[in-house]
Design a protein around this ligand. Structure first.
Ligand code: GSF
Length: 208
């Protein structure tokens, strides 16, 4: 199977971390959907990454669908699931993912808005997105509390998604100092960032 994505996209990173954590063999094609030479729309009519091309040539998007698909694959190691199979734990993990992806959405929206000419930017729109980030992080910290992981006793998709969200926020807006406000989140994120799956997928600009 082949994953198509960019090196900066947090949703792509989420999938790359799942592939690494579960040791799933795959190819990775870098394609930047904003570039004129992109082929992403040939695989996803929405023109967005990540896209997964499965072994039968069919495609999957978006990242939440791909995450479910990869977690359901038989024979993936380690055997432990990143999304609980059923019950309330499953929905809690999916909720965490939605919260984390929402923080990414708001961060990406600000980043794109700021790239527009000054006169076309909407300060109100930017403030609205900042509020989503602030309240999203506050909710994450409150829900994490004193736990070692977002859900249960080991890493799940919830932690991966959250780590991708804070990693993307730090990459785009390092001046937002959430670490000082939330020591419990900091502890979890520091722990995640020591994993090989996080180290090898850290967002980076193409020029460097
Ligand atoms: C979001 C994908 C997305 O917005 C998912 O896969 O979880 N809900 C989707 N990807 C961005 C790249 S990113 O760095 O935000 C994308 O491909 N944008 C291109 C476009 O034309 O919107």
């Amino acid at each position: 199977m082949k994953l198509i994505g960019s090196l900066t996209c947090p949703y792509v990173r989420k999938i790359r971390i799942i592939l690494a954590e579960k040791n799933i063999k795959h190819e990775f094609d870098v394609d930047i959907p904003w570039n004129t030479d992109t082929h992403v729309a040939n695989h996803n009519p929405l023109g967005k990454v990540p896209v997964l091309i499965m072994n039968d040539g069919k495609t999957l998007f978006d990242s939440r669908v791909i995450a479910e698909y990869l977690d359901d694959l038989e024979g993936a190691i380690p055997a432990s699931r990143l999304i609980p199979e059923s019950g309330s734990a499953r929905w809690r993990v999916k909720r965490w993912e939605a919260l984390a992806d929402g923080i990414c959405d708001a961060t990406a929206t600000i980043f794109l808005e700021r790239k527009r000419p000054d006169t076309q930017q909407s300060p109100e729109w930017i403030v609205r997105q900042h509020k989503k980030i602030d309240l999203g992080l506050a909710a994450a910290a409150m829900e994490l509390g004193g736990n070692d992981w977002c859900e249960g006793k080991t890493i799940t998709l919830a932690d991966i998604a959250l780590g991708c969200a804070t990693g993307y926020l730090a990459f785009r807006f390092p001046q937002i100092e959430w670490r000082k406000s939330y020591p419990n989140l900091t502890k979890l994120i520091d722990k995640l960032e020591q994993r090989e799956s996080f180290i090898s997928t850290a967002p980076r600009d193409y020029a460097s």
